[in-house]
Design a protein around this ligand. Structure first.
Ligand code: MF3
Ligand code: CO
Ligand code: CO
Length: 269
């Protein structure tokens, strides 16, 4: 099975060794534990800057390193994307208000391995439309993950996500994608959250990558604000995202970033 270990495929995708899964699990679990522990700090009147400060403290407490501080000039330990912000929201002094939904995305480095994961949270009470959006987005991620096994393709993953989301009359963002990772933050392939069965590269045991679908209540188009990071929906509709880091095993995949406390739902925090 591992005849190609330590090599890179035609598409530039690294095939990792069995022992590397342990490193990824350790990093993934640190990131996921931080997402568990930040939940009680999300409430109306809180600032996203304070949430980020707490996350940076938690990263340090774990003896980990933030992968985002210093990454292409980014200066924070998390991205916090509120309401119509699709991704890469910059933490700051804006106050959260009742009913705001937010994605918190944390990437840590532990012993050289990258753990990258994000979840949705709510400040105060969760509205009905927001709850449905969040549920569909999480279900879409898990359907994508169910398509991860050797012999399937990246197009199968994108198709599983897109067909489900569109059947719910929501849209999949095209402008951002998941990515290979491992001892690096962003590596081939681009993991698209839309696609067709059988297209794109074939999955092989030992590939590590993220799946991180962004789903909008309205249209899929986005734009990046003048700060050169914050991506928003063009039609100002609500957007949600979940992200897991996974590794392809002999018969499926291992999710490195599952919540240690089973707390992934915003109202279970
Ligand atoms: N964690 C994000 C991802 O899922 C990347 C954030 S890069 C940053 O790939 F610089 F904006 F933090
Ligand atoms: Co990612
Ligand atoms: Co991320």
């Amino acid at each position: 099975m591992y005849d190609k270990k330590g090599t890179v495929t035609r598409e530039g995708i690294r095939i990792h060794e069995p022992a590397d899964f342990a490193g990824m699990l350790k990093a993934g679990q640190v990131a996921a534990q931080i997402l568990d522990d930040i939940a009680p700090h999300v409430f109306p009147g809180q600032t996203t800057g304070e949430i980020d400060r707490l996350i940076e403290e938690m990263v340090n407490t774990h003896g980990a390193k933030s992968a985002t501080i210093g990454y292409r000039g980014y200066q924070h330990a998390s991205c916090i994307s509120v309401n119509h912000v699709v991704c890469h929201g910059i933490p700051g002094d804006k106050l959260l208000k009742n009913g705001d939904i937010l994605n918190i995305d944390v990437t840590v480095i532990v012993d050289g391995w990258f753990g990258d994961t994000s979840r949705m949270y709510v400040a105060g009470e969760l509205g009905r439309k927001a709850e449905r959006l969040i549920q569909v987005t999480h279900d879409a991620l898990m359907l994508g993950i169910e398509a991860v096994k050797p012999g399937n393709t990246f197009g199968d993953i994108g198709y599983a996500i897109q067909s489900y989301v569109e059947a719910q009359r929501m849209s999949v963002v095209r402008d951002f994608c998941g990515h290979g990772l491992g001892r690096v933050f962003h590596a081939p392939p681009n993991v698209l959250h839309y696609g067709r069965p059988g297209r794109e590269a074939v999955l092989e045991e030992g590939m590590f990558f993220t799946i991180e679908p962004m789903v909008n209540l309205g249209r899929p188009e986005t734009k990046v604000l003048a700060d050169e990071w914050t991506a928003v929906t063009r039609d100002k509709s609500l957007s949600a995202q979940f992200e897991h880091s996974v590794g392809v095993t002999s018969d499926g995949c291992e999710i490195f970033t599952l919540s240690p406390g089973g707390k992934f739902h915003p109202t279970w925090g």
